[in-house]
Design a protein around this ligand. Structure first.
Ligand SMILES: C[S@@+](CC[C@H](N)C(=O)[O-])C[C@H]1O[C@@H](n2cnc3c(N)ncnc32)[C@H](O)[C@@H]1O
Length: 261
């Protein structure tokens, strides 16, 4: 009977629970004071901007058929950065004109991010919330939703992505960067990066939470989104440099568009 009760409680929490995994929030809280240290534990997120800023900028502009010229090509474009942390990607998107909302379930990180925008005199709306709570009051609000390096920290991916897509205008773009669920990602991304070389703190990633691109595409398709790009990304940890590549077996980026009907 106990086993039966336990099972039904687990089922209940997986159907009605939040997309926020509290152990993940605890994990990222430890980086609050060094979020902006470009040589610290989060250096790979800093260097990833070289790929993901053009990915988001050019993806949005090509869907909206606008020009990439000028210093503020994302002017008047509304972007939601989900799981923004301290704002490593959020800030540069605002600097090129985006009207950016940074959302993270970790209130400490959001406080740090807010302080920084004041210091830097930047305009970003930062909010501490889960995506599903935010989605309730912000349906079809944004031209683009960015979920960069967060999906591999979310257990309830369908619910998380559904809430992301709810916040998108029809015709809007969703951008995701994440880790493939392959043996090579398990060995290099976890065993080598965390345990052998100490490039990332131990426990940052769990293999079960990785997702294959075609499974991600399928979830998005069920949410009425068409995938227009899946591109592999390669991290050279010696030089702390990212490159686009044709092999998506470790890291990849995906761009999908919410269909209009
Ligand atoms: C690896 S960090 C990525 C930060 C940022 N996207 C970047 O790439 O610079 C993951 C972030 O996701 C946040 N997070 C994890 N699960 C979340 C959820 N369900 N809703 C909102 N934020 C979440 C964590 O607090 C953390 O700040």
């Amino acid at each position: 009977m106990w086993r039966h009760l336990l099972k039904s409680t687990r089922n209940l929490s997986s159907t009605t629970g939040s997309t926020v995994d509290t152990s993940e929030l605890r994990h990222f809280k430890q980086f609050a004071n060094e979020w902006w240290n470009e040589c610290g534990d989060l250096r790979a997120l800093h260097s990833l901007n070289k790929l993901r800023i053009p990915l988001v900028r050019d993806g949005i502009l090509s869907v909206l058929q606008k020009s990439t010229q000028g210093t503020t090509p994302l002017k008047d474009i509304s972007i939601l950065d989900v799981g923004c942390g301290g704002g490593i990607l959020t800030e540069p998107l605002a600097r090129i004109g985006g009207h950016v909302t940074g959302l993270d379930a970790n209130c400490d990180l959001i406080e740090k991010a807010k302080l920084r925008t004041k210091e830097k005199n930047l305009k970003v709306d930062y909010l501490c919330s889960s995506i599903e709570k935010y989605a309730c009051d912000n349906k079809e609000k944004h031209d683009a939703v960015v979920a960069s390096e967060i999906l591999e920290h979310v257990t309830q991916k369908k619910e998380f992505l559904e809430a992301c897509v709810q916040c998108l205008k029809p015709g809007g773009s969703v951008f995701i960067t994440t880790i493939n669920k392959t043996p090579v990602a398990n060995v290099l991304g976890i065993f080598v990066a965390e345990n052998l070389l100490g490039l990332l703190p131990k426990g940052t990633h769990q293999y079960e939470k990785f997702i294959k691109p075609h499974n991600l595409e399928k979830i998005l398709e069920d949410l009425n989104c068409k995938t227009v790009l899946v591109q592999g990304m390669f991290y050279n940890f010696v030089g702390n440099e990212w490159h686009w590549c044709s092999n998506d077996s470790i890291n990849y980026a995906l761009h999908a568009v919410k269909l209009k009907n």
